[in-house]
Ligand binder design. Structure first.
Ligand code: C5P
Length: 198
């Protein structure tokens, strides 16, 4: 069976948690496509060549979740040649047998416009920055909350305003605003949406 769930939205809106839970619930494979861009950003050198020569070891680095990797990812992700070098891998993953969940920024709009289910997960910039800051260690984090908020806004701005595959909901995406939702409720909503299409 081929069945694709596309989950898009800005940083720290809850896409990753929802995607992993949906994949586990239905036995689908999950691809966090942000990791591909983070790996390209952290590899250094010419980003287009890095994207064309990405290998599994590049995705296993332990610094890919850092704020610096997020910023580097959003810079290389604005380059059309980087995006096109990563397209075939993502499309193949999406149509694998047994079902797939992909989360990112352009899955429902560009990579899988025919996905069976499309969710667009959002939350206010302040709430997303607080979640990210707590993930990084809260009071013990190297960055202050204000620095994390500034980076979230900068990344949103770059992702939404680039000319190639800007971050925006597909016209047929189901919107999920997690600002005032528990993660359990957000997961339950996503699971119910997928169940209804299966
Ligand atoms: O989701 P994550 O925060 O890991 O993504 C890092 C960056 O990679 C994003 O800010 C965005 O610029 C880029 N990205 C993208 N398209 C995707 C996934 C991520 O442009 N499908």
């Amino acid at each position: 069976m081929k069945f694709t769930v596309a989950i898009d939205g800005p940083a720290a809106a809850g896409k990753g948690t929802i995607s992993r839970a949906v994949a586990a619930r239905f036995g689908f494979e999950h691809l966090d496509t942000g990791l591909l861009y983070r790996a390209v950003g952290m590899k250094g050198g010419d980003p287009v060549l890095s994207a064309r020569s990405l290998v599994p070891a590049d995705l296993a680095r332990d610094d890919l979740r850092s704020l610096a990797a997020g910023q580097a990812a959003s810079q290389v992700a604005a380059l059309p040649e980087v995006r096109s070098a990563l397209t075939a891998f993502q499309r193949d993953f999406a149509r694998r047998d047994g079902g797939a969940v992909l989360d990112g920024r352009d899955i429902g709009t560009v990579i899988c416009p025919d996905a069976e289910v499309k969710l667009f997960v959002t939350a206010s910039a302040e709430i997303r920055a607080r979640r990210r800051w707590l993930e990084l260690g809260g009071e013990a984090a190297f960055e202050t909350y204000d620095e994390v908020l500034a980076q979230v806004r900068e990344r949103d701005d770059r992702d939404m305003n680039r000319s190639d595959a800007p971050l925006r909901p597909a016209v047929d995406a189901v919107m999920v605003d997690t600002s005032d939702m528990s993660i359990e409720d957000a997961v339950a909503f996503a699971v119910a949406t997928v169940s209804a299409r299966l």
